[in-house]
Design a protein around this ligand. Structure first.
Ligand code: DC
Length: 226
């Protein structure tokens, strides 16, 4: 039997830089990467595309059970409209249950035979992989996150309404932190990395130093990304 795969769990609020950090760590370590937010986004987008309301719990649960992972590269998944739908479906327990199986399978059998995985989301260190080998809780002040998100949107050529990004992040934070199932909370044994006053390079170095302290920070070969 191959040794169990190593798991790095990265949790944190919207626009905390989890995706960037997770991708970079996965590349460095030669681990597979899963952006679990994409799964919720795919469920939300699937509903919007068939004209269903993301708040329709039965339809959302059905969409999660029939999720096709080959659709996870769709650029529309990254839109703000999809992000909003995702945060609505993420509060439905049946949706979370269906996606939990997918994430655990990914962690147990990384694609491409990688020796480990980096999974980022909201409940990876608390619910999906509570025995993860390394857990990082990435945080940053909401105003700093809003400024980063606005910059990213401007670079993509999107029009920005004054204050709208900040309000949207505050609403999403509230939904993620206050929902009854698997809310965003820091795992008691997670390493807290507050990036309010850090750039992406500093965050990467700090995360790598922590992972090194867990005994496996060395670089590895190329690996799959999702
Ligand atoms: O990280 P993101 O913005 O792509 O996530 C989209 C939504 O999905 C967000 O509102 C929170 C939810 N989500 C979740 O509930 N659990 C996860 N593990 C990942 C994302």
């Amino acid at each position: 039997m191959p040794p169990p795969s190593l798991v790095v769990a990265i949790d944190g609020p919207t626009a905390s830089g989890k995706g960037t950090l997770a991708r970079r760590l996965a590349r460095h370590l030669g681990f597979a990467h899963l952006d679990s937010g994409l799964l919720y986004r795919a469920v939300g987008l699937g509903l919007l595309r068939v004209g269903k309301d993301p708040a329709d719990r039965a339809a959302a649960a059905e969409m999660a059970r029939s999720l096709d992972p080959s659709g996870l590269a769709d650029p529309e998944l990254r839109s703000e409209r999809t992000g909003h739908a995702a945060s609505v479906v993420a509060a439905v327990p049946e949706v979370r249950g269906a996606l939990l199986d997918f994430q655990r399978r990914f962690a147990a059998s990384p694609p491409g035979g990688a020796r480990g995985v980096v999974i980022d989301g909201r409940d990876i260190g608390t619910v999906v992989c509570p025995t993860a080998d390394a857990k990082i809780f990435l945080d940053a002040g909401v105003e700093q996150r809003a400024a980063r998100r606005e910059k990213e949107l401007r670079q993509r050529g999107a029009a920005i309404i004054e204050g709208a990004v900040l309000r949207d992040l505050q609403e999403r934070d509230a939904r993620d932190r206050n929902r009854a199932v698997a809310p965003l909370v820091r795992a008691g044994d997670a390493f807290v990395l507050d990036t309010t006053d850090m750039d992406a390079d500093q965050a990467f170095r700090e995360a790598l130093a922590y992972i090194g302290s867990r005994g496996f920070g060395g670089p590895g070969g190329p690996a799959a990304e999702m």
